[in-house]
Design a protein around this ligand. Structure first.
Ligand SMILES: [Mg+2]
Ligand SMILES: [Zn+2]
Length: 177
């Protein structure tokens, strides 16, 4: 008779760890991905970030296992400007770094802002870093950078889960580890 074993836990399934078979990090757009996009021509000092639903909970959930950073197009704002605009949202402590097009000197769909972000991450494999954004220019930048892309839907956790389901259904994923 075998000794009683602890029942297999479902907790791994309920954690972002389940994405480790495909992902080492997540990059996110900011406007209309994490916060409501400000109307065009809003002066920088007047920007008031309002979070989209569940963003904080979902980012916290991912961060248990995956680093997260942001890549955003801005007309003039640098990382510190963006962080100032995000003050009070709770986002700043959840984003390892923010790459802005103003910092890099070129905007998405040019892949350079994403490539700079990929370079900053400790993980080497571009194909294991997912970019999430709301615009076709986000998708184009990700494709040009050679990384996977998921269109932002309401709920980032849902966005990544659906992307991950499709990857596994299409059989392109590496074996589960
Ligand atoms: Mg956006
Ligand atoms: Zn996977």
């Amino acid at each position: 008779m075998t000794a009683p074993r602890s029942s297999p836990s479902n907790s791994e399934n309920s954690k972002a760890a389940r994405f480790r078979c495909c992902l080492d990090a997540i990059l996110v757009d900011i406007g209309n991905t994490l916060v409501h996009e400000a109307p065009p021509n809003t002066p920088t000092h007047a920007l008031q970030a309002r979070l989209l639903p569940n963003v904080l909970q979902d980012l916290e959930w991912f961060r248990e296992t995956l680093p997260i950073a942001a890549v955003t197009n801005t007309s003039v704002m640098t990382e510190s400007d963006v962080r100032r605009a995000l003050k009070g949202t709770g986002l700043n402590r959840l984003l390892d770094f923010i790459i802005t097009s103003a910092d890099v000197g070129v905007a998405k769909p040019d892949p350079l802002p994403l490539l700079v972000a990929i370079d900053r991450l400790t993980t080497a494999d571009t194909r294991r870093i997912l970019y999430i954004g709301d615009l076709p220019t986000d998708a184009a930048a990700a494709e040009a950078a050679g990384m996977p892309f998921a269109p932002a839907q309401p709920g980032l956790r849902q966005t990544v889960t659906q992307w991950h389901d499709v990857v596994h259904r299409s059989g392109h994923a590496s074996d589960d580890r």
